[in-house]
Design a protein around this ligand. Structure first.
Ligand SMILES: *Cc1c(COP(=O)(O)O)cnc(C)c1O
Length: 427
């Protein structure tokens, strides 16, 4: 048997496989709809009896090629693109939860995800218990209830940079018969494959490193195919019991390991419609072609910047899982031996006010509500992305009020450090 391709080759070659005389580059299928010869053929598509495209709100060939590439990078069995990372996490959870159900949520997840689950989904009747990702196994297990349907956490939390013990979380989830959903945005599949450590579903904000150029908002969901829904038909009725809107199809029976992604596509995309535009999927694909080249450079630069900051007299603390001083260093070495991400966080001895002065002085590093792209950028979460949280919630989310999130780009590290040097001199 031929050896499967390595990630580097998948980044370049997977997804679009042109036939003889077809375009070398993935085309943008800029079409809302698809033509059929007979009315009966079209009918079979609506009954899910045949695989095929009928309307771009559900599926589009450009998107599917890009989803396939991400699927292979993660080592999954099926994947889909969504319009944003928010939509990806929403669909990933809502696909198996309904009113009356319960989610176990890591306290350090991205602010948008925290709001989605703890505030918005609560209004939909879905409750959650928030857990400290560093809790020991027994404490973690106490968060589960009879109606718990999934656990959601991030490989590397944005912006707390807490590294998740995926094995511990997977064990706790599985011992309560529910899947572990891991948002792998910051690590990317280049640095970590959560499925290897027991995660069942992976989500991404492709807006970050995958796109890598801050061009398109997007998301992705990948299923490992490892969680056997059919063992718990009462827990997961949406997957294991007939769907009346498709003549009683039972997803686990008809689609096997692709049940979860198929349901999210034909039900959630149909009804909620957060499809990624094919144009954005095309650009995402271009980004993915260099993901394997960019990630090592992000990590190399971030380590240099983190070491520089750690030795600076005006810096109070530096948090980067690649630093030996990080309490996540060993865990990061285990699950991400080639590097973690390009994002670091730090605080100044002068606190919040010094942070504001310094940020305004930066020239190369731009103040933007973004993270994880080719250009170095900086943000003060307490004043920006997390400003809806009070001090208590900030603490739980692992975000100090003085925390500066510094997203190290792929410029020359010396230039980034020189920029920090002059800005720190001003305080
Ligand atoms: C940015 C981000 C999201 C939300 O993604 P959008 O593409 O902005 O909707 C979710 N999770 C993580 C870890 C993120 O960094």
């Amino acid at each position: 048997m031929k050896k499967p391709y390595t990630k580097e080759t998948i980044c370049i070659q997977s997804g679009w496989k042109p036939g003889n005389g077809e375009p070398r580059v993935l085309p943008i299928y800029q079409s809302t709809t698809y033509k059929y010869e007979t009315s009966e053929q079209m009918g079979r598509l609506f009954d899910l009896e045949e695989d095929g495209y009928f309307y771009t709100r559900l599926q589009n060939p450009t998107n599917d090629c890009v989803a396939q590439k991400i699927c292979e990078l993660e080592g999954g069995v099926a994947a889909m693109l969504t319009s944003s990372g928010q939509a990806a996490n929403y669909y990933a959870v809502f696909n198996i939860c309904e009113a009356g159900d319960h989610v176990v949520l890591s306290s350090t997840v991205y602010g948008g995800t925290f709001n989605l689950i703890a505030v918005t989904m609560k209004k939909m009747g879905i409750s959650c218990t928030i857990v400290d990702p560093d809790s020991d196994y027994d404490t973690l297990c106490k968060a589960f209830r009879e109606n718990t349907k999934c656990v959601l956490a991030e490989t590397i939390a944005n912006p707390a940079l807490v590294v998740l013990d995926i094995e511990k979380f997977a064990k706790a989830a599985h011992s309560h018969q529910v899947p572990l959903i891991v948002d792998n945005t910051f690590a990317t599949p280049i640095n970590c494959n959560p499925f290897v450590w027991g995660a069942d579903i992976v989500t991404h904000s492709t807006t970050k490193y995958m796109d890598g150029h801050a061009m398109c908002v997007g998301g992705a969901i990948v299923d490992s195919g490892n969680f056997d829904w059919s063992l718990y038909p009462d827990k997961f009725p949406g997957l294991c019991q007939p769907d009346d809107s498709y003549h009683g199809v039972i997803y686990t029976e008809r689609f096997g390991k692709k049940a979860y992604i198929t349901k999210a596509t034909v039900q959630l995309m149909r009804d909620l419609g957060s499809i990624q535009s094919p144009q954005n999927a095309f650009l995402l694909n271009v980004g993915l072609e260099t993901l394997h080249l960019r990630m090592p450079r992000h990590c190399e630069n971030a380590l240099k910047v983190a070491c520089y900051l750690e030795n600076h007299e005006k810096v109070a603390w530096v948090n980067y899982p690649g630093l030996k001083s990080s309490k996540y260093y060993e865990l990061a070495q285990k699950i991400m031996p080639n590097g973690t991400c390009g994002v670091i966080s730090f605080g100044l001895k002068g606190g919040r006010s010094a942070a504001e002065v310094m940020m305004d002085k930066l020239e190369l590093a731009a103040i933007v509500t973004h993270v994880a792209d080719a250009r170095t950028c900086v943000l003060h979460p307490a004043s920006h992305t997390h400003r809806q949280m009070n001090d208590e919630q900030l603490k739980e989310a692992g975000v100090n009020p003085d925390l500066i999130r510094f997203s190290v780009g792929i410029e020359n590290a010396e230039d980034i450090i020189a920029d920090l040097e002059q800005a720190l001199a001003a305080i």
